[in-house]
Ligand binder design. Structure first.
Ligand SMILES: *Cc1c(COP(=O)(O)O)cnc(C)c1O
Length: 235
């Protein structure tokens, strides 16, 4: 397992995909999704040039943060955020990518207001309408955008999506294209307090397709850190 060469290889693949879509490597933000990987592996990735780390679980993020794992990089929260953990996350990371309900957005706004800070967020969209997935349904999105326009402390900076796990290569391109259309349409509407800066989509198995369809932020885990090993018990 060589994190350095993995980061280099992912960077090269991102650059080729960006160039094929008329952009450059600098137009795509690479977020290293570091769940289950220890503070040492995260620090190693940062030494290899990673500038943004993404974590899924609040406890794990705060533990690794206390160990100094993210020094030299930005930190994003990319997992499902439970409402009772909002206080632990707001102000601890530069971007919460995974706002999946109107209520969560308003709790984040309120907490950021209490702290006197601005908290940047992305709205997570359940683009394939999967029962099992978190994310906003397309049907509620217009209303959530209206609400977001009225908030002063939670600032919507774009959209995020996790499409279905695709068995065939290219299987998610239609979902990525739909997300890009949404991104462009919302951008054109010029809501107050909403800037469509980031379209976060694409993971180890499909980031090149996502970039081809207009992603400018990819979240890559196993292609950098290797296959994840989940603990089977907590003894
Ligand atoms: C784990 C994770 C990723 C990265 O997944 P890989 O397939 O390992 O690249 C991206 N986004 C989210 C939200 C994740 O939980």
């Amino acid at each position: 397992m060589d994190i350095h060469s993995n980061v280099e290889s992912v960077r090269r693949r991102i650059e080729s995909a960006a160039v094929r879509s008329g952009r450059g490597a600098d137009d795509i933000v690479l977020v290293a999704a570091s769940k289950t990987n220890g503070a040492e592996a995260v620090a190693e990735a940062i030494r290899a040039g990673i500038t943004v780390c993404g974590e899924n679980r609040v406890q794990e993020m705060l533990e690794k943060k206390a160990l100094g794992a993210y020094i030299g990089a930005q930190l994003h929260f990319i997992g499902h955020l439970q409402k009772n953990k909002v206080k632990q996350v707001v102000g601890q990371c530069s971007l919460i990518q995974s706002v999946d309900s109107a209520e969560l957005l308003s709790l984040i706004d309120r907490r950021a207001q209490e702290l006197g800070i601005r908290q940047d967020v992305l709205l997570e969209i359940n683009i394939a309408g999967e029962e099992s997935k978190h994310g906003l349904d397309l049907s509620v999105l217009p209303q959530v955008l209206e609400e977001a326009a009225g908030f002063s402390s939670a600032h919507v900076r774009g959209l995020m999506a996790i499409p279905p796990i695709s068995v065939e290569s290219g299987g998610n391109r239609a979902y990525f294209a739909l997300m890009h259309k949404l991104f462009v349409d919302i951008s054109a509407k010029k809501y107050d307090n909403i800037s469509m800066d980031f379209l976060s989509m694409g993971m180890s198995g499909d980031f090149e397709d996502a970039i081809a369809e207009g992603s400018n932020m990819v979240r890559v885990g196993s292609a950098i850190f290797g296959a994840r090993i989940y603990p089977t018990n907590t003894i």
